[in-house]
Design a protein around this ligand. Structure first.
Ligand code: NAD
Length: 498
């Protein structure tokens, strides 16, 4: 059986820990590798190596740091197919979608190639008589990232790209469900010329997360995962005096106005609700048609489109989506389907009990559609994270605006309309962090920034873009003057610019 090891500087990958986990191929249901969990002693070793390596990396001039980013970017492109195939085999998403996962991370690395420009400080000449003020963005030191299973390439790169470009040493704890690609990314970064100790990978579950949160020499932690754990990570990390950003779950709504192009909406919705088996934090698992007539017309087009979806193994080039990540997750999604039906919603298309011929042990869930879902239902309030689409009918625009605004999650939302005024009004007033206008999955490009509101994110700073640079650096401000001789008067009152 293949072993997956940590990547800690100065060790050959071996760990003192006896703990291990199974890594599955969700398409077949078979265990394909053993992941060796790191021990707290391994983390200590990694932090020590990071502390030793970080000062000279931070002192490396930004153009040289950028050159390493450029080379890493090229290696990602050269290894795209192999990365995507490996990723799909552990996650279950189809290979074309896995390429998108790598590509989205690559685009963050492209942003990081501009680090000499974006990490520049600010300067004010003559802030007072003979006084200049300047500020600089310095790296925090040793920092860490804890990532979920659903984007094993993109999300680690959201974090370690900007962190490392800014001069930090980074310790990654990827999801234990699909850890091979994160390790491979760290190998490629080394190959690109990153000094040893600047990017290391430790493995494990809650035990390793707690060790990271409590470690006195780790200055900042970025987390992406489910909301309860994000909240826990945020609280524990902040209590330990760290800077923490912790992104959580989601329940994104797609509002469909009566004037929307319904053929386009159905095509967008099926991709956004069922792509990657619904295991995206920016999926659209709730659709809100405005008005009964819109709801009826939409439903009539949605049902055949959903019934035509092809579910297949991750290597099936014709498949729209593959299996969910584990048997336990399949069971959880099917339990939510049962719950939603018990709560009184109309089960229009039932994906439970789906079996793929030749792959009966795979973790597949068929596409599922509910109509007449209402906001009081627990299955609406909670994230299902599977190929399940819920129709919540709204009588008017104000009700449709209120639904995502009042939901406990506030990651993404989309509105489909031809009416510019309605779209503008919606974007301005909705209580959600990322908005799509006729864009079903509004994940911002790498030079903007990603972050939800409410229980979708704890902490103040978003992922990547300039917000990422801010999270991974601290500002130092210098006020200087160069007197040309002669002692001035002592000042006993606070200096001002009055
Ligand atoms: P998860 O919360 O189970 O795991 C995330 C990380 O936390 C993993 O590294 C895991 O090892 C660790 N972990 C698991 N249990 C823990 C515990 N009890 N204490 C401390 N750490 C623990 O999430 P997942 O199932 O891997 O990923 C799916 C979730 O991530 C969904 O809720 C999805 O919406 C969310 N997500 C959010 C975003 C975002 O940016 N908002 C992006 C992607 C995924």
């Amino acid at each position: 059986m293949r072993q997956i090891d940590q990547m800690v500087a100065g060790t050959s990958g071996g760990t003192a820990s006896v703990r291990a986990g199974d890594v599955y191929n969700p398409s077949t249901g078979a265990v394909q590798a053993q992941l060796r969990f790191s021990s707290p002693a391994d983390l200590d070793r990694a932090v020590a190596a990071a502390r030793e390596a970080q000062p000279s990396w931070a002192a490396t001039n930004p153009q040289r740091r950028a050159r390493v980013m450029f080379r890493f970017r090229q290696l990602l492109e050269d290894n795209m197919d192999a990365l995507a195939t490996l990723l799909a085999s552990e996650h279950g998403k189809v290979v074309a979608d896995a390429r998108g996962d790598v590509q989205r991370g690559l685009e963050v690395i492209e942003f990081c190639c501009g680090i000499p420009h974006v990490q520049k400080g600010e300067f004010t000449e003559g802030a007072g008589p003979g006084i200049d003020v300047y500020s600089m963005r310095q790296p925090i030191g040793v920092v860490a990232g804890i990532t979920p299973f659903n984007f094993p390439a993109m999300i680690p790169m959201w974090m370690f790209g900007p962190a490392i470009a800014c001069g930090n040493a980074f310790i990654l704890k990827p999801s234990e469900r699909d850890p091979s690609v994160p390790v491979r990314l760290a190998e490629l970064f080394r190959e690109a010329g990153l000094p040893e100790g600047i990017l290391q990978v430790v493995h494990g579950d809650k035990e390793m997360v707690d060790a990271i949160l409590d470690h006195p020499d780790i200055g900042a932690v970025s987390f992406v995962g489910s909301s309860d754990i994000a909240h826990y990570v945020y609280e524990r990390g902040v209590r330990a005096g760290k800077r923490v950003q912790a992104m959580g779950g989601a329940k994104n709504h797609g509002i469909v106005m009566p004037d929307a192009d319904l053929d386009q909406v159905v095509s967008d919705l099926t991709g956004a609700a069922f792509g990657s088996a619904g295991e995206r934090c920016m999926a659209l698992p709730v659709v809100v048609p405005v008005g009964e007539d819109t709801a009826e017309r939409l439903r009539a087009k949605l049902v055949p489109a959903i019934e035509a979806l092809r579910v297949g193994v991750s290597t099936d080039a014709e498949a729209h989506y593959g299996p969910v990540v584990t048997a336990a997750h399949k069971e959880k999604v099917e339990d939510w389907i049962a719950r939603c039906a018990e709560e009184g919603a109309e089960l229009v298309v039932d994906g439970r009990g789906f079996s793929l011929q030749g792959h009966e042990q795979g973790f597949f869930v068929g596409p599922t559609l509910f109509d007449h879902v209402t906001p009081d239902m627990e299955s609406y309030r909670q994230e299902i994270f599977g190929p399940v689409l819920q129709i919540v009918r709204a009588p008017d625009f104000e009700t449709a605006l209120e639904l995502p605004s009042k939901h406990q999650y506030g990651n993404g939302v989309a509105i489909f309309t031809r009416n510019g005024h309605a779209a503008r009004e919606f974007a301005a007033r909705v209580n959600v962090g990322m908005v799509g206008i006729n864009v079903p999955i509004p994940v911002p490009v790498a030079y903007h920034t990603f972050g939800g509101w409410k229980r979708s994110a704890f902490g103040d700073t978003n992922q990547y873009g300039m917000e990422g640079v801010r999270f991974w650096t601290k500002v130092k401000t210098v006020t200087q003057r160069w007197p040309d001789g002669g002692a001035g008067d002592s000042a006993f009152v606070i200096p001002t610019m009055a």
